[in-house]
Design a binder for this molecule. Structure first.
Ligand code: DX5
Ligand code: ZN
Length: 217
């Protein structure tokens, strides 16, 4: 698939989501952070808001579920029409069953890994999923500093995916900016989430273009 930029609306103006998504230029995806104040100490939005977003944009929606009990809640996002639905490895009771259910409902199934969660247990399960999300901050908030200690895990994820011969995307999320994106790309990531780096820029579309160019270097 190649490099994809997925701006996170967490750093956008929540009262103007339609316009905020429209100004993302040629970003391949729009990343929507769902937080439940249990899995992470923050609360954002849920399925009704995602449904409203889906009704107002043709851009593929990439849902990042930072929630407990994804086995119960994640299928609703796939049913609603999300392109990617990512649940967290630490929260899922039956990740293979859940990934199969998401795919059955027409979504790509993603698995998120917090900084302290190893990627190795997923080596044999790669055929069941479409994306590995390697978090480069502790999930919960935008604008945090990039954790360089997560880079070796991106590299190991890339090795596992290459060895498998499967088209599993490797997404990186947290502190991704013009300063850090080259390191992520070099380690093997191909889908880049950026919240503050895009919405904090005066021209969001230009920031997307700049990030993509740096990732492709
Ligand atoms: C954080 C979220 C991220 C967040 C990234 O837990 O998963 O998607 O929006 O924000 P930045 O790019 O500002 O670190
Ligand atoms: Zn996210």
């Amino acid at each position: 698939m190649g490099i994809q930029i997925a701006p996170s609306i967490l750093s956008s103006d929540f009262a103007n989501l339609e316009a905020e998504i429209a100004r993302l230029g040629d970003a391949e995806l729009v990343h929507v952070d769902v937080m439940d104040n249990h899995f992470v100490p923050n609360l954002t939005l849920g399925l009704p808001v995602v449904e409203a977003i889906l009704a107002r944009t043709d851009r593929p929606v990439d849902c990042h579920l930072m929630i407990d009990e994804p086995d119960r809640w994640a299928p609703g996002y796939a049913e609603a029409g999300a392109h990617n639905v990512t649940f967290h490895a630490e929260a899922a009771a039956a990740p293979v069953r859940l990934a199969r259910e998401l795919r059955r409902l027409g979504a790509r199934a993603g698995v998120g890994l917090r900084p302290a969660t190893p990627v190795e247990p997923w080596a044999d399960l790669l055929p069941e999923i479409d994306m590995l999300l390697v978090m480069t901050v502790e999930p919960g908030f935008g604008g945090q500093a990039f954790l360089d200690v997560c880079l070796p895990k991106i590299r190991r994820a890339r090795e596992l995916v290459s060895r498998s011969g499967l088209d599993v995307w490797i997404q990186v999320d947290g502190g991704v900016s013009a300063e850090t994106i080259e390191r992520c790309a070099d380690a093997g990531a191909d889908v880049f989430v950026a919240g503050s780096a895009v919405y904090g820029a005066e021209d969001a579309a230009a920031a997307v273009t700049e990030l993509r160019a740096l990732a492709a270097k």
